[in-house]
Design a protein around this ligand. Structure first.
Ligand code: FES
Length: 179
């Protein structure tokens, strides 16, 4: 892979990353630290950002790509505004978590790990939230929802979306009234 091939936009996100890289040059083995910061700035690590990191740290793009794909806390895809985290731990599994996951995948038109085209939801899974008494459980952002079935889970997602759309409409109306 060639690290110089891509045009890198000059914008504040890249400038912030560049400042961080410049400040990290003396740190031994700064790559992981730099990638963490890059993910914090951009939300994920698209190839373009990896090119930039490779060029600035003077390492090969293959090395950067290898690190990004090795650690599961790095993401190459954008995440949605809201994270749907379905528990697949034993208690939730026994109480039908996989049926719920199937229903959510169908509702959102994505698979686990994916993000909806409008970047509203990212669908993810976890192993036990410590709320097994409420199994099956999902977390929508920071909120725990328990004793679910596929219909209830889908309903929760629809309600969140409807609430967000209503809040956005209200914001538009207020903006117009203030003008
Ligand atoms: S197994 Fe799902 S919350 Fe514990």
């Amino acid at each position: 892979m060639e690290a110089q091939a891509l045009h890198i936009p000059d914008n504040e996100q890249y400038r912030e990353l560049k400042r961080f890289i410049d400040a990290s040059r003396e740190v031994p083995g700064p790559l992981i630290q730099v990638l963490h910061r890059a993910q914090k700035i951009f939300g994920y690590l698209p190839l373009e950002v990896q090119h930039f990191v490779a060029r600035e740290l003077n390492v090969s793009l293959s090395r950067v790509f290898g690190v990004v794909t090795f650690y599961n806390f790095f993401r190459m895809d954008p995440i949605g505004d809201h994270i749907v985290n379905m528990c697949l731990g034993t208690a939730c599994h026994v109480k039908g978590a996989s049926e719920i996951i199937k229903a959510l995948e169908k509702e959102l038109g994505i698979q686990v790990g994916g993000t909806t085209a409008d970047r509203f939801y990212t669908l993810s899974t976890a192993r036990c939230f410590g709320a097994c008494g409420l199994a099956p459980v999902l977390m929508l952002d920071e909120e725990v929802h328990g004793r679910l079935n596929p219909q209830k889970a889908v309903q929760i997602l629809r309600e969140m979306k409807a609430r967000t759309a209503a809040a956005a409409r209200e914001g538009v109306v207020k903006d117009k009234e203030e003008k």
